[in-house]
Design a protein around this ligand. Sequence first.
Ligand code: HEC
Length: 297
Amino acid sequence: MFARKAAQFFKNGSKFNGKGNLYFAAAATTVAGSGLGLYYMNKNAAKADMFAEGLHTPNFPFQHASTFGTFDHASIRRGYQVFREVCAACHNTEFVRWRDLIDVAFTEDEVKAMAAEFEYEAGPDDAGEMFMRPGTPADPLPKVYANEQAARAMNNGAYPPDLSLITKARHNGANYVFSLLTGYYDAPEGVEIREGLHFNPYFPGGAIAMARSLYDGLVEYEDGTPATTSQMAKDVVTFLNWASEPELDDRKRRGTQVLIIFSILTAISIYLKRNRFISLKTRKIVHNPPSNWTKKQ
Ligand code: HEC
């Protein structure tokens, strides 16, 4: 009915009679009112099921989160250190290869040395035996667990997800992981947390199987940055965000180039269009009838 009235309104314009106008105004107010209502309902998202969904995370000013911002590579380097010393004890990163880190946070020689510290299965050799060889930049980062069952067995049945794509796999990616890592509190009065779980309001359900893993001074940064909990969380999240979106720097650089080039091309095409059309647009067609035109012959 609304659509019909609206169509009629636009067709008839001001010829609309008084009653129709009233209907239309009422319908328009209802639609606008419900729209506003929905907007405010979602804006002030303090709902009863907030606990089930997890607390909404604030937006943190990550350098790479701004429109033209690129990764803070010193932070990726520190983040890798936190990841290696803390998270890598429990989490796989199946889709990151050593060589991906070259020229991102480490030099080629550093990456070769880092990969060689780990052993990978290779073979079979001439005797049909598998053997271990040092890692190379072409290998993925070492696996903690062979499969999901092994992972669950080692974590009381909880499954620590692979972190290679985690910032893409969670709503509000980097902000969520940062909030999660820094969001361990004592459970509020009346909230029961089962044995082996930990209270964290950002985790859907409020009880997570991962214990708090970052504490002030846990790692020692080689560049002297004070290793506070939030600093380590920021660095490891930057590292994980890079692992999920290694193309981000390139994408933004290309995007900026494209914007600049297309703006110039648009300006040129507007100029050319006006230039070509000017004779057509300013043409004046004059008709000079003969002076005896109206006279009947
Ligand atoms: C002692 C083992 C352990 C360590 C160390 C650890 N985690 Fe976890 N992590 C887990 C487990 C177990 C889960 C699954 C929790 C669950 O499902 O309740 C998990 C879950 C997660 C999740 C997913 C949460 C979700 O929304 O599903 C993220 C992200 C995460 N960990 C990041 C990290 C980061 C970053 C570090 C390093 C600073 C780290 N973890 C260190 C065991 C660990």
